[in-house]
Design a protein around this ligand. Sequence first.
Ligand code: SF4
Length: 337
Amino acid sequence: MQNIYDLTLNELEEYFVSIDEKPFRASQVYEGLYKKRFNNFEKMTNISKELREKLSKEFSLYKIKILIKQTGDNVNKYLFELEDGSKIESVLMFHNYGISICISSQVGCNMACAFCESGRLKKVRNLLAYEMVEQLLLIEEDINKRITHVVIMGIGEPFDNYENVMKFIKIINSNKGINIGSRHITVSTCGLIPEIRRFAKEDGQVNLAISLHAPNNEIRNKLMKINKVYRVEDLIEEVKDYIKKTNRRVTFEYILLEGINDSEKEARELVDLLKGINCYVNLIPYNETDNIGFKRTKEWKILKFYDILKSNNISTTIRKEFGGKVSAACGQLRANN
Ligand code: SF4
């Protein structure tokens, strides 16, 4: 049975036309699902009883469930169980500018980045759009507040599940539904060049983040397997092209790892690499885990790295720390379970 949260507004309109109903029924159902948050079709009294019964027979809803919730300072972490028993996780963060959620897009991940807990668990399958939508809806229900920002940066490589991720974005962006503005949505990729090119053609102002983590091929090859396919210089050229086509600013994510990519030399190399690109750099202090040997860069070294970038006019932030104490680094909760 298809899940109703897997349908964009257009698809739902097409469905109603196919059963000889008016297309505006789709907006009525969307209102019930996303504005009123009904958890069954029976409550949608703005459509006829016959239609409610038909929808109940043809569509399912709320098929994933929260298995474990952990809370820390301004952060909640959720382990979900999917219909087939697979486990994924999402992280919720309370900021002074709003509430953001980091969504998983795959069960496991094939990209095998050396520093990543999620990458230790091979990809089992892609998530369907409804499994991403339900992560968001269930967490909003849990906290009884509206999420303002969505980042697709949890378990999985979003561009390795391109169609479903784009569908998810369309669904949460719809002004008849959850209505999260496209500028408040960010997709992160480890650097799949063909999909970056494809993403440049998408409508809207959804943000793109690139997991860079190294200023050269030598270091990046050690950290990210994908660099053997798409090398740093090609990735940067593609990002420049993306910015030219879309006029959108790109974020580069850079996890600082003690003795690996965090020296002054690497900071200067990064400056040279990114000079003149309309971008932000997000420096991420590493959360050490029991399973992976990397060490966290010392505070003074993080600040030094930051200063070098800033003094060379590269917009840079150091990511505020949330999840360490509740194992909220990507993949940790699931790995521990
Ligand atoms: S960092 Fe992202 S792309 Fe790399 S292994 Fe982890 S989940 Fe996959």
